[in-house]
Ligand binder design. Structure first.
Ligand SMILES: Cc1cc2nc3c(=O)[nH]c(=O)nc-3n(C[C@H](O)[C@H](O)[C@H](O)COP(=O)(O)O)c2cc1C
Length: 331
């Protein structure tokens, strides 16, 4: 399927995650079979004001294409200006991108209080104005990522509004903004959107394992499934889901494969000049998740200041299969 201006070669894509989906992690997930990735959301206002920290979030490279650049905001004029700027950067080749993705789903208090993210789900008319303005200001296709509603399912109406406003694709996270993560599945709402709109639909929410991702894709009959938290520390979820979809068996998870992926992340971060202790530590903790005996290593990681120290903790760790406690297994 086509998403934005790119043709996707697979059915599973990496979702945007603040503080995690940096360029090295996106490249790693692409190598491990993700058909597309998204940058973490960037504040449209800060893009327009050229805030250095935000501009760094927009860094992408040809090698990782297809990639979507995600923005959030509440003022259609500011968001349109941000789209104009990103399009210009993409045209100049400094920021390769398949689309600009607008966030209508973030439930975080600071974002909602600013009238952005999922707060906009309460106001489809405003969503329409934002998408229309962004479409008319951008040479890149505009896509949107929504939750199914604010506190009740309104996904079809919102998706139709977004399509009518000129968007080239939509990602639907089937949970509402007000509900937590307790509900395990609910992709019926994605299936309903898919039946009602003509643009490509990516389903999202709860695809924590290859088996769930494949079932989601087949039952919701959407064009692709977005995997977000399930890919943290576990980028091979994409190649495993790809294999499962082809009816093949995949190698079970192992510490050796996780360490190999962590090393690859380090190489990619160094190669692209984005190596930094904070994201490296965050990813290291994710790679350790579920490993027996990881508690002590995690404690060391939390105290580690330098990148080499973090790498050292990971290199010297080995799963303590014989003396793991069940609580440690769930880290
Ligand atoms: C740490 C973290 C950061 C996230 N940041 C973003 C973000 O920047 N933009 C966005 O649209 N969604 C963000 N999300 C939401 C995910 O992309 C996804 O919609 C949600 O986690 C449900 O998918 P999952 O069940 O596969 O994790 C974030 C989620 C997590 C866990």
């Amino acid at each position: 399927m086509r998403y934005g201006k790119s043709l996707l070669e697979g059915k599973f894509v990496l979702g945007p995650m603040a503080a995690y989906t940096d360029m090295a992690f996106r490249l790693l997930c692409r190598k491990r079979g993700a058909a597309m990735c998204f940058t973490e959301f960037a504040n449209a206002n800060a893009i327009v004001r050229n805030v250095a920290r935000t501009m760094r979030l927009l860094r992408t490279c040809e090698e990782e294409m297809p990639v979507g650049i995600q923005i959030f905001g509440s003022d259609e004029n500011v968001m349109a200006e941000a789209c104009r700027k990103i399009s210009r950067m993409a045209d100049e080749g400094t920021c390769p991108a398949s689309c600009i993705d607008i966030n209508f789903g973030c439930p975080a208090g600071t974002v909602v209080r600013a009238g952005a993210g999922s707060a906009l789900l309460r106001n489809p008319e405003k969503i329409r104005r934002i998408v229309e303005k962004c479409v008319s200001s951008s040479s890149l296709p505009i896509t949107a990522k929504i939750r199914s509603g604010w506190d009740s399912d309104n996904a079809v109406l919102i998706a139709k509004t977004i399509e009518k406003a000129g968007a080239a694709g939509i990602t639907v996270h089937w949970r509402t903004a007000k509900e937590g993560r307790k509900r395990a599945d609910g992709w019926q709402s994605v299936a309903e959107v898919k039946k009602e709109v003509g643009i490509p639909v990516i389903g999202n929410g709860g695809a924590y394992a290859p088996e769930i991702a494949v079932r989601f894709l087949q039952e919701a009959k959407c064009d692709a499934v977005m995997i977000s938290s399930g890919a943290l520390g576990n980028p091979r979820i994409f190649e495993r889901a790809n294999m499962l979809l082809m009816g093949k068996k995949y190698e079970p998870d192992s510490w050796a494969s996780r360490l190999e992926d962590f090393r690859e992340y380090v190489l990619l971060a160094k190669k692209h000049g984005i190596m930094s202790a904070k994201p490296l530590r965050a990813h290291a903790i994710e790679f350790l998740k579920g490993q027996p005996g990881a508690k002590a290593a995690r404690r060391m990681l939390n105290g580690a200041k330098a990148e080499e120290e973090i790498i050292g903790v990971m290199e010297s760790f080995s799963p303590a299969c014989n003396h793991s406690s069940s609580s440690d297994m769930n880290m």
